[in-house]
Design a protein around this ligand. Structure first.
Ligand code: MEV
Length: 328
């Protein structure tokens, strides 16, 4: 706690190497946390406020959910290096960091699994449906596999309805990834709904999910063998399958196509419809140039980073402001 009563925690953003959307249906996925973090401070208050502005907290679904769980009225400070609505896990990182800071404020110990459950519940309250993949990656950091038997140490299992997600730790590969942001904000909920409509109405929907499953399982072996060429090819195949599901867009395709000449492979990452793509490369400068030339913003990301953790104070990183937003 700082002298003025704030409890501060941070959590990393993430990108999905393989398997987004299919994971919502219990299929496997691989995710790496990155060195862009969300830092959040909380303290008890008479009126809810974010970054010094009084707010109607009911219009901030993640914070509203976590505030109710705390049983107190809270104010928040947020500072983030994770672009919002970009597929890099900004809302899961927000939820994980706030959940961690609230436990500290209440003087309670908490396990990683508890934090995942709380962050996932906040995500569901905000977006209605989805998997605990983003929450798991932002809480645990490093790298995770979801529903891949024989991957690393098992971390936790989360079930909802008839779906179960077994999450394990993976060895983070020493590979270079460049993220390209289209700058188009695309919230997750509508993209998940779009895929649900495709999968339920189109008789090929289940086949596409099965193909994503195969690509992801093979990608897990490629990571274990450090086979960049195979992993890259699988990422590009995954992009094509996600395009068939309808979650790519011309801006994402433009950045993926521009990166491919200098990459082992590239794909959209996260829920799509805008947001970010990711390329696996040994030529990060050339990929960055290609992304800039085609209207995107590149980030060369470091992986192998720590998950949700307490901080001694607010981050000094240049800020990407969390919008104070409305539910509708
Ligand atoms: C978003 O980062 C990942 C999705 O698979 C949704 C989810 O798993 O909740 C699209």
């Amino acid at each position: 706690m700082t002298a003025d009563g704030w409890f501060t925690a941070s959590a990393p953003g993430k990108f999905v190497v393989l398997g987004e959307h299919a994971v919502v249906y219990g299929k496997p996925a691989l995710v790496l946390a990155v060195d862009r973090r969300m830092t959040c401070s909380v303290r008890p208050a008479d009126r809810p406020a974010i970054n010094g502005e009084y707010v109607d907290i009911s219009k901030q679904p993640h914070l509203d959910h976590l505030t109710r769980g705390s049983g107190r009225t809270l104010e928040f400070l947020t500072r983030s290096m994770i672009p919002v609505g970009s597929g890099m896990g900004s809302s899961a990182a927000l939820s994980a960091a706030v959940a961690k800071a609230i436990h500290a404020m209440k003087g309670e110990a908490c396990t990683e699994k508890q934090l995942v459950e709380e962050a996932y519940a906040a995500e569901l309250a905000a977006q209605g449906s989805g998997s605990p993949m983003d929450a798991s990656a932002c809480v645990h950091g490093r790298g995770i596999a979801v529903n891949i038997p024989g991957s690393g140490d098992e971390l936790w299992t989360i079930s909802r309805g008839d779906r179960t997600w077994r999450v394990s730790d993976i060895d983070v590969p020493d590979m270079t990834f460049v993220i390209g942001n289209t700058g188009i904000r695309a919230p997750t909920g509508p993209q998940v709904d779009k895929v649900r409509r495709f999968v339920t109405r189109n008789r090929f929907g289940a086949d596409i999910l099965d193909e994503i499953e195969s690509v992801t399982l093979e990608g897990h072996s490629a990571i274990a063998k450090r086979d960049r060429e195979l992993l890259g090819r699988l990422m590009t195949s995954n992009h094509k399958l996600l395009s068939i599901l309808g979650v790519s867009c011309k801006e994402l395709n433009r950045l993926v196509n521009a990166s491919l000449p200098y990459s082992y492979g590239a794909k959209l990452t996260g829920s799509g419809g805008g947001g970010c793509m990711v390329a696996l490369t040994d030529e990060p400068e050339k990929v960055c140039e290609a992304i800039i030339d085609h209207g995107g913003v590149p980030y060369v990301v470091q992986t192998g980073v720590e998950g949700a953790r307490m901080e001694t104070g607010q981050s000094e990183d240049p800020e990407i402001r969390i919008p104070i937003r409305c539910r509708s």
